[in-house]
Design a protein around this ligand. Sequence first.
Ligand SMILES: NC(=O)c1ccc[n+]([C@@H]2O[C@H](COP(=O)([O-])OP(=O)(O)OC[C@H]3O[C@@H](n4cnc5c(N)ncnc54)[C@H](O)[C@@H]3O)[C@@H](O)[C@H]2O)c1
Length: 298
Amino acid sequence: MAKRIVVTGGSGKAGRHVIQYLLSAGHSVLNLDLVILANPSVHTLKTDVTDSGQVFNALTTHFNWDGYEGTSLPTPADAVIHLAAYPDNMIVPDNATFKTNVISTYNVIEAACKLGVKKIIIASSETTYGVCCAQGDADFHSFPLEEDYDVDPMDSYALSKICGEQNARAFARRFKVDIYALRIGNVIEPHEYATDFANFVNNPASRKRNAWSYIDARDLGKICDLCVKKDGLGFQVFNATNDTITTKVPTMEFLRSACPNVPITREMGEWEAPLSNRKIKEVLGFEEDHNWRKYVSL
Ligand SMILES: NC(=O)c1ccc[n+]([C@@H]2O[C@H](COP(=O)([O-])OP(=O)(O)OC[C@H]3O[C@@H](n4cnc5c(N)ncnc54)[C@H](O)[C@@H]3O)[C@@H](O)[C@H]2O)c1
């Protein structure tokens, strides 16, 4: 069924593909971003999500100019997908990364809950697993990386994402709504397979921080759509990654050789991504469309 969905940060790397997927699935979308998205099918309301007043206001706005034609005033969206953030350390000083990401996630979740939105999806990150932005070479505790892992990052960006997850948990409990936090893997756009991805595969040491895993930006859109469709789960954390490891060697053989001191706690699929998407497949029925092997010649 077509839904009305507000996306924050929809003009960015992940967001523009997420929005395109949602539009192609028949949904209506309003984009809240500081930057206007170059997509004539979606309206961008220039909104600073660090400003709670602007967020409350934007969530009570028409999705586009057509909204002024009838007599109906704006109603709450069916879902809010919150992607706006500083998506890494080193873009602004650490305290600004932390402050912007934590307060914007708080603002979006609070406003959505208090305005009656029943489904909220937020961007968490692979970095919460503590290796991506670690100081020096760190090891994961165990493989596969799954949602019950004891996340222990040491950097400000990942810490901001942990705060976002806790924020989601608190509001889901209080307002009895669904808030799903996606621990998004390294986002790959279509044009990146021909360039960066071949290097990842040929130089696996360079991908330890990403746990030799990734998410195709279009498949991330599919995951967001599945999250919109699946009701009644309350607070959830889902890894958002594609199915397979980004190496030429099968998963367990590769991990035993690359990380000999890290235990593997269950039998993994032959090519299963170490940042495993098993939960999102089992719970939401996710099936990837864009495996990297379709686009990278070995
Ligand atoms: N890119 C990745 O590999 C990756 C991996 C894991 C998680 N994530 C998360 O996914 C989300 C999207 O990441 P991305 O790579 O598309 O980032 P991006 O920087 O390309 O896009 C972020 C968007 O948010 C907007 N934005 C930033 N501050 C804002 C504010 N105060 N108000 C309104 N809009 C604001 C920006 O203008 C931009 O369009 C982020 O939350 C990021 O932390 C990304």
